[in-house]
Design a binder for this molecule. Structure first.
Ligand code: S0N
Length: 274
Protein backbone atom coordinates (compact mmCIF):
# COMPACT_ATOMS: atom_id res chain seq x y z
CA UNK A 1 0.00 0.00 0.00
CA UNK A 2 1.33 3.46 -0.93
CA UNK A 3 1.86 5.49 2.21
CA UNK A 4 3.06 8.85 0.95
CA UNK A 5 1.66 11.08 -1.71
CA UNK A 6 3.28 14.05 -3.46
CA UNK A 7 0.84 16.74 -2.35
CA UNK A 8 1.65 20.12 -3.94
CA UNK A 9 0.46 23.36 -2.39
CA UNK A 10 -2.22 25.16 -4.41
CA UNK A 11 -2.23 28.30 -2.28
CA UNK A 12 -0.76 29.33 1.06
CA UNK A 13 -3.08 30.25 3.91
CA UNK A 14 -2.71 31.00 7.60
CA UNK A 15 -5.22 28.54 9.12
CA UNK A 16 -5.47 25.85 6.45
CA UNK A 17 -3.37 23.91 3.96
CA UNK A 18 -4.69 23.55 0.41
CA UNK A 19 -2.95 20.90 -1.68
CA UNK A 20 -3.33 18.87 -4.85
CA UNK A 21 -2.37 15.32 -5.81
CA UNK A 22 -3.59 13.81 -9.05
CA UNK A 23 -7.20 15.15 -9.23
CA UNK A 24 -7.62 15.30 -5.45
CA UNK A 25 -7.68 18.58 -3.52
CA UNK A 26 -6.84 18.12 0.15
CA UNK A 27 -7.95 20.87 2.49
CA UNK A 28 -6.46 20.58 5.97
CA UNK A 29 -7.52 22.66 8.96
CA UNK A 30 -4.11 23.56 10.34
CA UNK A 31 -4.65 24.65 13.94
CA UNK A 32 -3.48 21.57 15.87
CA UNK A 33 -2.82 23.61 19.04
CA UNK A 34 -6.63 23.97 19.44
CA UNK A 35 -7.46 20.56 17.99
CA UNK A 36 -8.24 22.23 14.66
CA UNK A 37 -11.03 24.40 16.04
CA UNK A 38 -12.21 27.00 13.56
CA UNK A 39 -12.39 30.77 13.94
CA UNK A 40 -14.01 33.14 11.40
CA UNK A 41 -10.73 33.48 9.48
CA UNK A 42 -10.44 29.67 9.20
CA UNK A 43 -13.90 29.50 7.66
CA UNK A 44 -13.11 32.35 5.26
CA UNK A 45 -10.06 30.44 4.05
CA UNK A 46 -11.98 27.14 3.83
CA UNK A 47 -14.72 28.86 1.82
CA UNK A 48 -12.18 30.36 -0.60
CA UNK A 49 -10.43 27.01 -1.04
CA UNK A 50 -13.78 25.29 -1.69
CA UNK A 51 -14.62 27.92 -4.30
CA UNK A 52 -11.27 27.40 -6.04
CA UNK A 53 -11.78 23.60 -5.92
CA UNK A 54 -15.22 24.02 -7.47
CA UNK A 55 -13.90 26.08 -10.37
CA UNK A 56 -10.75 24.13 -11.23
CA UNK A 57 -11.14 21.53 -13.97
CA UNK A 58 -8.18 19.51 -12.70
CA UNK A 59 -9.86 18.91 -9.33
CA UNK A 60 -12.33 16.00 -9.25
CA UNK A 61 -12.69 15.20 -5.53
CA UNK A 62 -12.15 17.26 -2.37
CA UNK A 63 -10.83 15.78 0.88
CA UNK A 64 -11.34 17.71 4.12
CA UNK A 65 -9.18 16.81 7.10
CA UNK A 66 -7.34 18.15 10.15
CA UNK A 67 -3.63 18.51 10.87
CA UNK A 68 -1.97 15.90 13.08
CA UNK A 69 -3.27 12.70 14.59
CA UNK A 70 -5.39 14.10 17.42
CA UNK A 71 -8.29 15.89 15.78
CA UNK A 72 -10.21 16.35 12.57
CA UNK A 73 -11.91 19.44 14.02
CA UNK A 74 -13.10 20.37 17.53
CA UNK A 75 -15.68 22.90 16.31
CA UNK A 76 -15.83 26.60 17.00
CA UNK A 77 -12.77 28.06 18.75
CA UNK A 78 -14.00 28.69 22.27
CA UNK A 79 -11.29 31.33 22.78
CA UNK A 80 -12.99 33.68 20.33
CA UNK A 81 -16.63 32.89 21.01
CA UNK A 82 -18.46 36.11 21.71
CA UNK A 83 -22.01 37.34 21.72
CA UNK A 84 -23.49 36.76 18.26
CA UNK A 85 -20.88 34.33 17.03
CA UNK A 86 -17.15 33.80 16.78
CA UNK A 87 -15.21 37.06 16.77
CA UNK A 88 -12.54 37.56 14.13
CA UNK A 89 -9.63 39.99 14.05
CA UNK A 90 -12.01 42.62 12.67
CA UNK A 91 -14.06 42.44 15.88
CA UNK A 92 -17.17 41.25 14.02
CA UNK A 93 -19.00 38.16 15.41
CA UNK A 94 -19.81 35.60 12.72
CA UNK A 95 -21.32 32.11 12.28
CA UNK A 96 -19.73 31.78 8.87
CA UNK A 97 -19.23 28.02 9.19
CA UNK A 98 -22.78 27.84 7.84
CA UNK A 99 -21.53 29.35 4.57
CA UNK A 100 -18.97 26.56 4.46
CA UNK A 101 -21.72 23.94 4.96
CA UNK A 102 -23.57 25.44 1.98
CA UNK A 103 -20.41 25.27 -0.16
CA UNK A 104 -19.86 21.59 0.68
CA UNK A 105 -23.49 20.76 0.09
CA UNK A 106 -23.70 22.45 -3.30
CA UNK A 107 -20.21 21.43 -4.48
CA UNK A 108 -20.76 19.56 -7.77
CA UNK A 109 -17.90 17.22 -6.84
CA UNK A 110 -17.72 14.74 -3.96
CA UNK A 111 -16.35 16.05 -0.65
CA UNK A 112 -14.86 13.39 1.62
CA UNK A 113 -14.21 13.92 5.33
CA UNK A 114 -10.96 12.16 6.27
CA UNK A 115 -11.45 12.03 10.04
CA UNK A 116 -8.14 11.56 11.81
CA UNK A 117 -9.12 12.06 15.47
CA UNK A 118 -11.81 14.03 17.28
CA UNK A 119 -14.78 15.22 15.22
CA UNK A 120 -16.56 17.12 17.95
CA UNK A 121 -19.15 19.92 18.07
CA UNK A 122 -19.01 21.97 14.88
CA UNK A 123 -16.27 19.55 13.75
CA UNK A 124 -18.77 16.74 13.95
CA UNK A 125 -21.20 18.78 11.88
CA UNK A 126 -18.50 19.31 9.26
CA UNK A 127 -18.04 15.56 8.71
CA UNK A 128 -21.82 15.08 8.68
CA UNK A 129 -22.17 17.64 5.87
CA UNK A 130 -19.50 15.94 3.74
CA UNK A 131 -20.62 13.32 1.21
CA UNK A 132 -18.53 10.49 2.66
CA UNK A 133 -16.62 9.94 5.89
CA UNK A 134 -13.54 7.76 6.18
CA UNK A 135 -12.26 7.57 9.75
CA UNK A 136 -9.16 6.34 11.52
CA UNK A 137 -9.68 3.84 14.33
CA UNK A 138 -8.68 6.46 16.94
CA UNK A 139 -11.39 8.91 15.77
CA UNK A 140 -14.09 9.98 18.20
CA UNK A 141 -17.38 11.55 17.29
CA UNK A 142 -19.87 13.63 19.23
CA UNK A 143 -21.79 16.83 19.76
CA UNK A 144 -21.16 19.19 22.67
CA UNK A 145 -23.55 22.07 21.91
CA UNK A 146 -26.03 21.66 24.80
CA UNK A 147 -23.02 21.31 27.14
CA UNK A 148 -21.09 24.37 25.97
CA UNK A 149 -23.85 26.76 24.89
CA UNK A 150 -24.43 26.19 21.19
CA UNK A 151 -26.41 23.99 18.81
CA UNK A 152 -26.85 23.36 15.11
CA UNK A 153 -30.48 22.80 14.15
CA UNK A 154 -29.51 22.82 10.47
CA UNK A 155 -27.64 20.10 8.58
CA UNK A 156 -25.95 19.09 11.85
CA UNK A 157 -29.32 17.82 13.09
CA UNK A 158 -31.57 17.07 10.14
CA UNK A 159 -28.96 15.54 7.87
CA UNK A 160 -27.45 13.67 10.84
CA UNK A 161 -30.89 12.15 11.48
CA UNK A 162 -30.93 10.90 7.87
CA UNK A 163 -27.70 9.04 8.67
CA UNK A 164 -28.46 7.60 12.09
CA UNK A 165 -32.24 7.96 12.51
CA UNK A 166 -34.24 10.39 14.62
CA UNK A 167 -33.84 8.62 17.98
CA UNK A 168 -30.06 8.30 17.68
CA UNK A 169 -29.70 11.92 16.46
CA UNK A 170 -31.60 13.11 19.52
CA UNK A 171 -29.42 10.93 21.76
CA UNK A 172 -26.24 12.36 20.20
CA UNK A 173 -27.42 15.93 20.80
CA UNK A 174 -29.22 15.54 24.16
CA UNK A 175 -26.51 13.50 25.91
CA UNK A 176 -23.36 14.98 24.32
CA UNK A 177 -21.48 11.70 24.72
CA UNK A 178 -18.57 10.57 22.55
CA UNK A 179 -18.70 7.60 20.18
CA UNK A 180 -15.86 5.48 18.79
CA UNK A 181 -15.24 5.24 15.07
CA UNK A 182 -16.59 1.70 15.14
CA UNK A 183 -19.80 2.85 16.85
CA UNK A 184 -20.15 5.71 14.38
CA UNK A 185 -19.77 3.29 11.48
CA UNK A 186 -22.43 0.98 12.95
CA UNK A 187 -24.77 3.97 13.30
CA UNK A 188 -24.36 4.77 9.61
CA UNK A 189 -22.59 8.12 9.85
CA UNK A 190 -19.16 6.77 8.84
CA UNK A 191 -18.48 4.86 5.64
CA UNK A 192 -15.27 3.10 6.60
CA UNK A 193 -12.90 2.78 9.56
CA UNK A 194 -9.22 1.98 9.01
CA UNK A 195 -6.03 2.10 11.08
CA UNK A 196 -4.67 5.65 11.32
CA UNK A 197 -1.58 4.67 9.29
CA UNK A 198 -3.83 3.63 6.40
CA UNK A 199 -6.24 6.57 6.52
CA UNK A 200 -4.75 8.69 3.76
CA UNK A 201 -3.98 5.73 1.48
CA UNK A 202 -7.54 4.45 1.83
CA UNK A 203 -8.97 7.90 1.16
CA UNK A 204 -6.80 8.33 -1.93
CA UNK A 205 -7.88 4.85 -3.12
CA UNK A 206 -11.55 5.82 -2.74
CA UNK A 207 -10.88 9.09 -4.59
CA UNK A 208 -9.15 7.23 -7.42
CA UNK A 209 -12.14 4.90 -7.76
CA UNK A 210 -14.57 7.83 -7.80
CA UNK A 211 -12.41 9.57 -10.43
CA UNK A 212 -12.87 6.56 -12.74
CA UNK A 213 -16.64 7.13 -12.63
CA UNK A 214 -18.60 9.58 -14.79
CA UNK A 215 -18.28 13.06 -13.19
CA UNK A 216 -21.73 14.05 -14.45
CA UNK A 217 -23.37 10.87 -13.14
CA UNK A 218 -21.71 11.31 -9.73
CA UNK A 219 -22.75 14.97 -9.72
CA UNK A 220 -26.37 14.14 -10.50
CA UNK A 221 -26.50 11.45 -7.81
CA UNK A 222 -25.27 14.02 -5.26
CA UNK A 223 -27.89 16.51 -6.47
CA UNK A 224 -30.65 13.90 -6.29
CA UNK A 225 -29.73 12.75 -2.79
CA UNK A 226 -29.47 16.37 -1.60
CA UNK A 227 -32.76 17.42 -3.23
CA UNK A 228 -34.75 15.08 -0.99
CA UNK A 229 -33.72 17.13 2.05
CA UNK A 230 -32.88 20.56 0.66
CA UNK A 231 -36.35 21.67 -0.46
CA UNK A 232 -36.52 24.42 -3.08
CA UNK A 233 -32.74 24.93 -2.93
CA UNK A 234 -32.15 21.24 -3.66
CA UNK A 235 -34.58 21.30 -6.57
CA UNK A 236 -32.91 24.47 -7.88
CA UNK A 237 -29.45 22.81 -7.77
CA UNK A 238 -30.71 19.70 -9.56
CA UNK A 239 -32.72 21.72 -12.09
CA UNK A 240 -29.65 23.86 -12.72
CA UNK A 241 -27.69 20.78 -13.69
CA UNK A 242 -30.58 19.57 -15.88
CA UNK A 243 -30.32 22.93 -17.65
CA UNK A 244 -26.57 22.47 -17.99
CA UNK A 245 -27.15 19.12 -19.69
CA UNK A 246 -29.89 20.60 -21.89
CA UNK A 247 -27.45 23.32 -23.03
CA UNK A 248 -25.18 20.50 -24.22
CA UNK A 249 -27.96 19.10 -26.49
CA UNK A 250 -28.44 20.11 -30.10
CA UNK A 251 -32.09 20.84 -29.35
CA UNK A 252 -31.10 23.71 -27.04
CA UNK A 253 -28.47 24.93 -29.49
CA UNK A 254 -31.09 25.03 -32.26
CA UNK A 255 -33.10 27.53 -30.19
CA UNK A 256 -30.12 29.80 -29.69
CA UNK A 257 -28.92 29.46 -33.30
CA UNK A 258 -32.39 30.25 -34.67
CA UNK A 259 -32.51 33.43 -32.58
CA UNK A 260 -29.08 34.56 -33.77
CA UNK A 261 -29.92 33.65 -37.41
CA UNK A 262 -33.27 35.48 -37.16
CA UNK A 263 -35.34 32.43 -38.20
CA UNK A 264 -37.94 30.18 -36.56
CA UNK A 265 -36.38 27.27 -34.64
CA UNK A 266 -36.96 23.79 -36.07
CA UNK A 267 -37.52 21.58 -33.04
CA UNK A 268 -39.41 18.91 -35.03
CA UNK A 269 -36.21 17.12 -35.99
CA UNK A 270 -35.36 16.15 -32.41
CA UNK A 271 -36.50 12.85 -30.87
CA UNK A 272 -39.51 12.75 -28.55
CA UNK A 273 -38.60 9.99 -26.10
CA UNK A 274 -41.51 7.97 -24.68
C1 S0N B 1 -12.05 17.66 21.56
C2 S0N B 1 -11.95 17.33 23.02
C3 S0N B 1 -13.00 16.27 23.40
C4 S0N B 1 -10.55 16.72 23.28
O1 S0N B 1 -10.37 16.48 24.65
P1 S0N B 1 -8.88 16.20 25.23
O2 S0N B 1 -8.25 15.05 24.50
O3 S0N B 1 -9.04 16.06 26.72
O4 S0N B 1 -8.00 17.48 24.85
P2 S0N B 1 -8.09 18.96 25.47
O5 S0N B 1 -7.02 19.11 26.48
O6 S0N B 1 -9.47 19.28 25.92
O7 S0N B 1 -7.80 19.84 24.16
C5 S0N B 1 -6.48 19.96 23.65
C6 S0N B 1 -6.19 21.42 23.43
O8 S0N B 1 -7.07 21.90 22.41
C7 S0N B 1 -7.85 22.98 22.91
N1 S0N B 1 -9.17 22.90 22.31
C8 S0N B 1 -9.90 21.81 22.03
N2 S0N B 1 -11.06 22.12 21.50
C9 S0N B 1 -11.10 23.45 21.40
C10 S0N B 1 -12.05 24.39 20.92
N3 S0N B 1 -13.22 23.98 20.36
N4 S0N B 1 -11.76 25.71 21.00
C11 S0N B 1 -10.60 26.12 21.52
N5 S0N B 1 -9.65 25.28 22.00
C12 S0N B 1 -9.89 23.97 21.93
C13 S0N B 1 -7.89 22.75 24.42
O9 S0N B 1 -8.20 23.94 25.10
C14 S0N B 1 -6.49 22.25 24.66
O10 S0N B 1 -5.59 23.34 24.64
P3 S0N B 1 -4.50 23.52 25.84
O11 S0N B 1 -3.63 22.32 25.71
O12 S0N B 1 -3.81 24.80 25.47
O13 S0N B 1 -5.27 23.57 27.12
C15 S0N B 1 -12.10 18.57 23.92
O14 S0N B 1 -11.02 19.41 23.71
C16 S0N B 1 -13.36 19.31 23.70
O15 S0N B 1 -14.42 18.90 24.17
N6 S0N B 1 -13.26 20.45 23.01
C17 S0N B 1 -14.33 21.41 22.88
C18 S0N B 1 -15.35 20.91 21.88
C19 S0N B 1 -16.44 21.94 21.75
O16 S0N B 1 -17.22 22.12 22.67
N7 S0N B 1 -16.48 22.65 20.63
C20 S0N B 1 -17.39 23.74 20.40
C21 S0N B 1 -18.81 23.26 20.09
N8 S0N B 1 -19.54 24.30 19.48
C22 S0N B 1 -19.34 24.59 18.22
O17 S0N B 1 -18.59 23.97 17.51
C23 S0N B 1 -20.10 25.74 17.71
C24 S0N B 1 -20.98 25.34 16.58
C25 S0N B 1 -21.40 26.50 15.78
O18 S0N B 1 -20.81 27.54 15.86
C26 S0N B 1 -22.56 26.39 14.91
C27 S0N B 1 -23.64 27.20 15.18
C28 S0N B 1 -24.78 27.12 14.40
C29 S0N B 1 -24.82 26.22 13.33
C30 S0N B 1 -23.71 25.43 13.05
C31 S0N B 1 -22.58 25.51 13.85
C32 S0N B 1 -21.46 24.62 13.52
O19 S0N B 1 -20.33 24.84 13.89
O20 S0N B 1 -21.63 23.64 12.82
Amino acid sequence: METSFAWKSIKDYQDIKFELFEGIAKITINRPEVYNAFRPETNMELIEAMDIARERQDIRVIVLTGEGDKAFCSGGDQNVKGKGGYVGKDGVPRLNVLDLHKRIRSMPKPVIAMVNGYAIGGGHVLHVVCDLTIASDNARFGQTGPKVGSFDGGFGSSYLARHVGQKKAREIWFLCEQYTAEEAEKMGMVNKVVPLAELEATTVAWCRTIMKRSPMAVRMIKRGLNAELDGQTGIMEMAGDATLMFYLMEEAQEGKNAFLEKRDPDFDKYPKFP
